[in-house]
Design a protein around this ligand. Structure first.
Ligand SMILES: Nc1nc2c(c(=O)[nH]1)N[C@H]1C(S)=C(S)[C@@H](COP(=O)(O)OP(=O)(O)OC[C@H]3O[C@@H](n4cnc5c(=O)[nH]c(N)nc54)[C@H](O)[C@@H]3O)O[C@H]1N2
Ligand SMILES: Nc1nc2c(c(=O)[nH]1)N[C@H]1C(S)=C(S)[C@@H](COP(=O)(O)OP(=O)(O)OC[C@H]3O[C@@H](n4cnc5c(=O)[nH]c(N)nc54)[C@H](O)[C@@H]3O)O[C@H]1N2
Ligand SMILES: [Mo]
Length: 765
């Protein structure tokens, strides 16, 4: 009988094949399956598995903290599990006893695997809470600025994401779909927690068939999936969308095209915003000519677009990338302001979206169920950092930082425990992180593969992959719950994260608190049974665990329903208020104004980013670098697969560049170039294309970090050696990866080989 597995990139059918590895096939019900996950069992990945527990030799021979600057270049010594667990538990105990639990960083950000029980982040958080507590992280790299600003002005990102107007509603009602940052369909291959059925390509095709007009605003033309050719492209400089939206608002206001009734009934603070829009407060009217200077979009195009928006049923969308930037709160606040002025929020096909295309769930009409979740227990201590401030924290213990209106201080970290993430993929300015990484006495990592982070740890514990364990697959707004059955035996001596933490907890005297006497099988049926009554209360009768496990799938599609975002609120704002202080959409926020932050005032505001193509700033480094999500992998996951390799040139990443910029530098198609700025340098292969505007270049994230240990030159094409490690603002402290200037030149000299996929050196003690 066919069994199934769920992954962030899709559901796959697992077919046994004689004595060999099983075959993975796309799920028959999925109309647009992603090829990414077909490679989960590929030998190219298997070669990189961590097979045995391993300890950095200097740490093992001379103790915590020894030669910390050699993390990443020292050899490892493979040891027995018992010794590795004794050493790890002993070190956790030493640090919590001598420095306190606030010296343990267990933020451990990352996507880990799909599957609700073997979710490495939940496991490590639960374990560290059982052991007395740890410094955690808040928010995400995905949505740092948006997560913090949106609850003050409309609703939380979670609420909005689950309530996006669905594709069927858009096809039926939306006449004009204007997207800042496009609808990057390559990104909708994935969903955090797993994709059951891919819905975005069909959603866009349905809109096209129904006659919706698409407008793609941003630096990249082919950013609308298969409807890119049908989309009108308005090239706009990166990080200038707020100025462009302000000018659209200026046209609506000065031509009296804004909806005053809606602004009165559903919003507060429009009157505080108007003097800024007209220039009464700062002497700068936010006219189309003003915005043309900043964004490069012709004033006439802006006027025309504003009029078209006011005369049609219009959906405005912003990509997540846009808020991953200096002042990233502003385009989100401004799109809500602009949509409010159009007065179509809550009407089918109109209003705003915050991330169509960013992931499969946005625009889904599937039902939201209460899925099984493992409790992370009560935080042992209150300390936290905004996720992207990790290098700041390590480098500046005791220094203050602001977050959401409060001031706190960074803890002094002696031990890092990471499970299910890859900071040497996800963080910005990796050369700065390399310095910060030398600070703690000890770094412990549970990993499946010898990633750049595993190579930079002191203790590496080998973890299983999804296909090596039983789990329950269930993700927000997805069509199926999936019984994920173990398909292959663990590689080498790999163990489940759960088993690893249960052993450590035992040694630390908190075994019962962590495991509650259950094994993995016991937990699966318990978590599943716990969520049944919660769903019954919402009218969904889930079968018992045995039936679910036998059948393999629960089909939730009969519960699909069209959605219109914020329809309930708009129908009756008095009785269905929002969670904002006024209960209404806050075009001006007294609360945010009250925080007194220079870089986040009380209404949407244009503030020049710290790096951009604006006057004077872009002379030394004249190209704006976009570092977007990769089409052929998930972040750094599966980068060693043949599918990911198919998107590289002789093993190096591609940098996309406009013909004008290539010609100015005498560069040819396929040539290896060096991208550089004051923060770092990396190599990549030039791809010349008219699909990107002049002055902007694009290098995907996710190439395994591969610096030359002597020169620091990154050889593989990991853009995070170039990106900026500065907060979006003092409100959110969100990551600003999309704010980055570079220069590019032909690479002279002999080409160094890519060594990202080499195993570390092993030694004996
Ligand atoms: N420049 C730039 N940088 C960015 C971004 C950008 O746009 N530009 N985007 C950012 C965003 S939005 C994100 S979300 C982050 C993503 O950053 P991460 O989530 O850190 O990236 P992944 O590569 O998914 O790392 C997951 C790691 O977990 C491991 N893993 C998977 N399953 C398990 C498991 O069961 N157990 C254990 N122990 N380990 C497991 C994988 O092998 C992998 O190494 O990157 C951010 N970085
Ligand atoms: N295949 C695949 N899909 C993924 C992921 C992956 O790793 N692989 N990662 C997932 C994750 S964790 C996340 S958070 C989402 C992220 O989803 P997003 O943040 O939306 O995706 P990005 O690919 O970073 O950026 C999308 C596009 O935004 C445009 N853009 C960038 N900056 C600007 C700007 O200032 N203005 C305008 N107008 N446009 C701009 C660029 O054209 C870029 O190609 O993707 C998810 N989907
Ligand atoms: Mo993300």
């Amino acid at each position: 009988m066919t069994s199934y597995t769920l992954s962030h990139w899709g559901t796959y059918e697992v077919e046994p094949r004689g004595n060999g590895l099983p075959a993975l096939k796309p799920f028959g019900r999925d109309r647009d399956p992603s090829p990414i996950g077909l490679y989960q069992l590929d030998p190219a990945l298997d070669r990189l598995r961590v097979r045995r527990p391993a300890i950095r030799k200097n740490w093992l021979d001379h103790g915590p903290g020894t030669a910390a600057e050699r993390r990443g270049s020292d050899p490892f010594v493979e040891v027995e599990w018992d010794l590795a667990l004794d050493l790890a538990a002993g070190e956790i105990d030493r640090v919590r006893t001598s420095h306190g639990n606030a010296s343990i960083f267990g933020g451990s950000y990352g996507w880990s695997s799909a599957g609700r029980f073997h979710h490495a982040q939940s496991q490590v958080h639960r374990f560290l809470n059982a052991a007395g507590g740890y410094v955690r992280h808040v928010d995400s790299y995905s949505l740092g600025a948006a997560n913090v600003v949106l609850p003050h002005i409309v609703a939380s990102m979670d609420e909005l994401m689950a309530g996006h107007s669905s594709w069927d509603t858009l096809a039926a009602h939306c006449e004009l779909f204007v997207s800042f940052g496009g609808v990057p369909v390559k990104n909708a291959q994935i969903n955090a927690g797993g994709v059951a059925l891919h819905g975005v390509p069909a959603g866009l095709a349905g809109m096209r068939a129904a006659g919706t007009r698409f407008v793609n605003i941003g630096p990249v033309r082919d950013n609308f999936g298969a409807v890119s050719d049908a989309a009108e492209w308005i090239a706009c400089r990166p990080n200038t969308d707020t100025a462009l939206m302000l000018a659209l608002a200026w046209v609506l206001y000065s031509e009296d095209l804004h909806d005053e009734a809606f602004l009165d009934r559903c919003c507060t603070g429009f009157e505080n915003f108007v003097p800024y829009l007209t220039g009464a407060t700062d002497g700068v009217p936010k006219t189309p000519e003003w915005a043309e200077e900043i964004s490069g979009v012709p004033a006439g195009t802006i006027v025309d677009l504003a009029r078209r928006m006011a005369s049609a049923r219009t959906m405005l969308n912003v990509s997540w990338s846009m808020q991953r930037a200096s002042h990233g709160e502003q385009p989100y606040w401004m799109v809500v302001t602009l949509a409010a002025m159009l007065g179509q929020i809550g009407k089918p096909g109109g209003g705003f979206g915050v991330g169509y295309g960013a992931a499969n769930l946005v625009g889904s009409a599937h039902t939201r169920i209460k899925g099984p979740t493992l409790s992370q227990l009560k935080p042992g201590i209150p300390d936290f950092i905004p996720v992207a401030r990790i290098a700041d924290m390590l480098l500046n213990p005791g220094a203050p930082f602001t977050y959401n209106g409060k001031t706190q201080t960074y803890p002094d970290i002696h031990l890092i425990y990471w499970a299910g993430g890859n900071p040497f993929h996800h963080h910005q300015d990796l050369n700065r992180l390399l310095k910060a990484w030398q600070k703690p006495d000890t770094v412990i990592v549970n990993e499946q593969y010898w990633t750049p982070t595993a190579k930079r740890a002191d203790i590496v514990l080998p973890a299983t992959i999804s296909l090596e364990r039983d789990d329950i697959g269930s993700a927000t707004l997805e069509a199926f719950i999936v019984a994920m059955k173990q398909a292959v035996p663990p590689a080498g001596e790999a163990r489940d994260d759960y088993a690893i933490f249960a052993e450590l907890a035992e040694r630390l005297g908190c075994g019962e608190t962590f495991s509650e006497g259950l094994d993995a099988t016991g937990w699966l049926s318990r978590l599943y049974e716990e969520c049944r009554p919660l769903n019954r209360a919402r009218g969904l009768d889930l079968p018992d665990f045995e039936t679910f496990w036998r059948d393999g799938l629960i089909d939730l599609t009969p519960l699909d329903q069209p959605v219109t975002m914020l329809a309930d609120f708009v129908a009756d704002p008095e009785r269905k208020p929002l969670g904002t202080p006024s209960g209404k959409i806050e075009i001006f926020s007294q609360r945010i104004a009250g925080f007194g932050l220079d870089d986040c005032p009380g209404h949407a505001t244009w503030m020049a980013p710290v790096e951009w193509l604006g006057a004077g700033l872009a002379t030394r480094y004249p190209l704006h670098l976009l570092t977007d999500q990769p089409a052929r992998r998930l972040h750094s996951q599966l980068d060693a697969s043949p599918h990911s390799a198919g998107g590289k040139s002789n093993g190096r990443e591609l940098v996309y560049m406009n013909p004008r910029d290539a010609a100015q530098r005498g560069l040819e198609q396929g040539q290896i170039v060096e991208l550089f700025n004051d923060r770092g340098r990396c190599l990549a292969a030039v791809t010349i294309t008219g699909d990107i505007m002049p002055g902007v270049v694009r290098l995907n994230t996710g190439a395994w970090f591969d610096p030359d240990p002597v020169t620091g030159l990154e050889k593989h094409g990991n853009p995070n050696v170039l990106t900026l490690d500065m907060p979006a603002s003092g409100l959110s402290q969100g990551c600003s990866a999309q704010t980055c200037l570079v220069e590019i030149a032909a690479f002279a000299g002999p080409l160094p080989p890519v060594t990202a996929f080499c195993l570390p050196d092993f030694a004996t003690s």
